[in-house]
Design a protein around this ligand. Sequence first.
Ligand code: EPZ
Length: 420
Amino acid sequence: MDKFIIQGGARLAGEVVVSGAKNAALALMPATLLAAGNYKLSNVPRLRDIQTMTTLLRSIGVEITRANGVLTINSFGVSKHEAPYAHVKKMRASIYVLGPLVARYGRAKVSLPGGCAWGPRPVDLHIESLRKLGASIELKRGYILAEADRLKGARIRFEVSSVGATGNALMAAVLAKGTTVIENAAVEPEITALALFLESMGARIGGTGTNRLEIEGVDELSAADAAMIPDRIEAGTFLTAAAVTGGNLTLRNTIPGHLAAVTDKLREAGCVVRTENDCITLSAPETLQPVDVTTAIYPGFPTDMQAQWIALMLNAKGSSVVTDAIYLDRFKHVPELARLGADIRIRNNTALVRGGKPLTGTTVMSTDLRASASLIIAGLIAEGTTEVLRVYHIDRGYEAIETKLAALGAHIERTRSDEF
Ligand code: EPZ
């Protein structure tokens, strides 16, 4: 397993091109199951999660090749309708094949995702949506068995805003007979990107970009091409990495509006942040101000930036309160940050971060994707050497992060580790 070795103390400066959005690609790739055809998805980042989705779709019969960030997908040969546990346990987003398989082929056998590094992360909303659309669903030996002759339009109202369940319901509804209304739909940019892609395939969707979607089911769709939107979480991660070191950064290939909640908070912390077209620039202050954050659904402060924000606040002059209102126990990074000397107290879904305490490098363990990012950010300011183990977690969601950070002046290298 690889690890990162980081020497703290460098002030980051320079320019980074943001990669395509992981969570857009993970939604659009399974959407190609909805119509046999040839698709080109471009600006797809080279990530473990994309590889996992590729392997899963290939196991179903989809042909996928990759060249220069473009996936060429041929979904004529779909012959299976199953997402086995082996795939789903590696990546929860595998459940995105459920809606398309039931909608197009009338059946699906998808493993329940099981737990993840933090919390149970249920899929009840996915299952309920398909039931409302007329699928018969049985949960058997850890699998979701779904069947439907033809899905029928229905009114779906999510009690909890869910990115994944909205995506699955949307991909099921576009081929259902009749009209479906999805209320309290997720409005994350990745879901809007999915809706736009489905529209380009011939789906009839009203309310795209809002939390009320109205879908007029059609009998069939056709293949289309799409370019992935920029990854707003990668962008936010690099901004916090530059800010924590007192540095400055130019980000290219961004949609600034997709991370306005993050840039607003960075300004509150004292950073000068400017946006122009697809570019965001940040110049950090000598001393960061402590800023409280509570995560929320889009366009609020993203839960996927919570861990990175805690790492940033370790270098602020004073205490801050970071609350995760989406995942109530997404704090596996905190005990590892404490090994670097961080003073963070957790009470329920809130972290009290005492900033300004010097950090000292040591060995820390990644537990999940965004937790790893927070360990790297803290390592950038810890005195001495920080070793971050199990960086396969970070490789799930960040393309060549050490190369991009090194280009900004960070002292970071990847080496092999016999640590399991
Ligand atoms: C998506 O996960 C993202 N993943 C996550 O990003 C992100 O953290 C999350 O949305 C929230 O923004 C992808 O897009 C592939 P949810 P998802 O359903 O769809 C509860 C990353 O770092 N819920 O919006 O699984 C759930 O427990 C990953 O890139 C149910 O109760 O998240 C949570 O409290 C990590 N029942 C809330 O909804 C369900 O059936 C939001 O979860 C589904 C969800």
